[in-house]
Write a new protein. Sequence first.
Length: 158
Amino acid sequence: MNQNFDFQTVDGIIDKLGCRPNSIIGILQSVQEHYRYLPREIFPYLSRKLGISEARIYGVATFYENFSLEPKGKYVIKICDGTACHVRKSIPILERFRKELGLSENKKTTDDLGFTVETVSCLGACGLAPVITVNDKVYPAMTVDKVSELVKKLREEM
């Protein structure tokens, strides 16, 4: 375990949600909300605190698609590739984001942890296709031309 990791935040989350095995999903959600991913240091720590195995905690963290074991950027950009978005050209939008940010299918997060670009199966906004979200804010009727403008705006806010 990394002795430099500050467990005070994790302890605060446990105090708030309860030091019980059935609190694990809420605890993991809160930890991820704070760190933008699930740091590996929390697994043995939570195992000892909650009295459940690291394997069980890891199993929960890897079962649910919303949890990430890799650091994510300040801005998480999700490009919908569901049928409605796909037929309205979501892939060129994805490719433009990757090009603008120096990312690829394998490299999803910028080195400065400013941006993460992901595809999702559906954002549930088919009437607004093609649609993306940035930290859960919806951007409807996205176009390739709007990508550069949005990236520039987000960089200014960093």
